[in-house]
Ligand binder design. Structure first.
Ligand code: ZN
Ligand code: ZN
Length: 353
């Protein structure tokens, strides 16, 4: 089969590799769509801890075409999304219900071969049924949605209070939509790019601001009655966000770090402000126990507002370049036969075949 392989920083290859076989307890998934995200670009650039050589791709949807021993043959034909993590079950975290903190975590597309390939064999329990009528492309977004649901769980927001979301890429857009469903008000998005501010408004933001304009602090003060934001979500991964967010936080406010900052990138914060305002600064990582909930929400989120492009698997290099140019909100890869069926719904554009 064809697979998108990264052999080291800057070394991307489309390779023929042996078809995987489903082992005991596994299902074989014919991949129909693999979402691309910033992590894939980081892996290509050598700025994300991973294990080379590697088939990338951790946002995966497809159809079960074969099952291994011990798996109900009735699963063949099911349209599924893959939860791309396996845990050791033996470390401290695995033993206290915090498996996503596992010290020996193996992530598909990061540590072990992932879904930018024609086939992938995974444990049956990691293949979640997609709701009826959901396309493979939208199905592949279950993973970032699951991460966003965990983020909202961490935020623990109560309705009727203001939230700021920094950055409105695809995950930021999902977070905005979830803030809407959680009843936060007003929902303020800060993004320097006009098309992303437009997206923010389409998926549920009340106001979208360009943070590079001069009067931003006055606007924030007006929007929050002078109190600041009760909740803030960094969906960028920039150290500047924590500096701004601590200053803009309401008393007892929460700042949540969802975006992935570069390792070693420092920020300047003033502990006195954290102390005096009783702030909570929280991290959120991946998707513990939220993949099922994300799949259930797929038909209800405004995902068709994202401008998408689907590339053939063998055009992965062009897709990765397009991802870095950021001209659409979300890019999917699809093997040839499934390209037509991978569409994200209305608004989808097909860039190449
Ligand atoms: Zn991702
Ligand atoms: Zn573990």
């Amino acid at each position: 089969m064809k697979a998108v392989r990264v052999h080291g920083p800057g070394d991307l290859r489309i390779e023929d590799v042996p078809d995987p076989r489903p082992a005991h307890g596994q299902v074989l998934v014919a991949v129909e769509a693999a979402g691309m995200c910033a992590t894939d670009v980081h892996i290509l650039h050598g700025t994300f801890p991973c294990r080379y050589p590697l088939t990338i791709g951790h946002e995966i949807a497809g159809r079960i075409v074969e099952v291994g021993d011990g798996v109900d043959p009735a699963r063949v034909g099911a349209s599924v999304t893959v939860e791309p993590h396996e845990y050791c079950r033996e470390c401290l975290y695995c033993r206290i219900g915090q498996e996503h903190m596992c010290t020996a975590k193996e992530a598909y597309g990061v540590h072990v071969d992932g879904g930018m390939a024609e086939y992938l064999a995974v444990p049956s329990r990691l293949a979640y049924d997609l709701p009826e009528g959901v396309s493979a492309a939208l199905g592949s977004m279950t993973e970032p949605i699951a991460c966003s649901i965990h983020a909202m769980d961490r935020l623990g927001a109560v309705s009727g209070l203001p939230v700021a979301v920094y950055g409105c890429g695809p995950a930021g857009a999902v977070l905005v939509a979830l803030c809407r469903r959680a009843g936060l008000s007003p929902i303020v998005v800060l993004d320097p790019r006009a098309e992303r501010r437009d997206l923010a408004l389409r998926v549920g933001a009340d106001i979208a601001l360009d943070p590079t304009t001069g009067e931003i602090e006055d606007i924030v003060r007006d929007l929050t009655g002078g109190y600041g934001f009760s909740y803030q979500i960094d969906a960028v991964g920039s150290p500047r966000v924590i500096e701004q967010a601590v200053a803009r936080a309401a008393r007892r406010g929460t700042v949540l770090f969802f975006g992935v900052a570069a390792p070693g990138d420092p920020a300047t914060v003033y502990p006195q402000e954290i102390y005096a305002k009783e702030l909570s600064l929280l991290g959120t990582a991946i998707n513990p126990y939220t993949h099922h909930r994300a799949a259930a929400l797929l038909p209800q989120l405004p995902l068709t507002e994202l401008r998408t492009a689907t590339y053939h698997l063998t055009d992965a290099a062009a897709a990765l370049e397009a991802q870095q140019r950021g001209e659409v909100d979300k890019i999917f890869l699809a093997p040839g036969e499934s390209l037509a069926g991978a569409g994200a719904g209305n608004g989808a554009t097909r860039a190449t075949v």
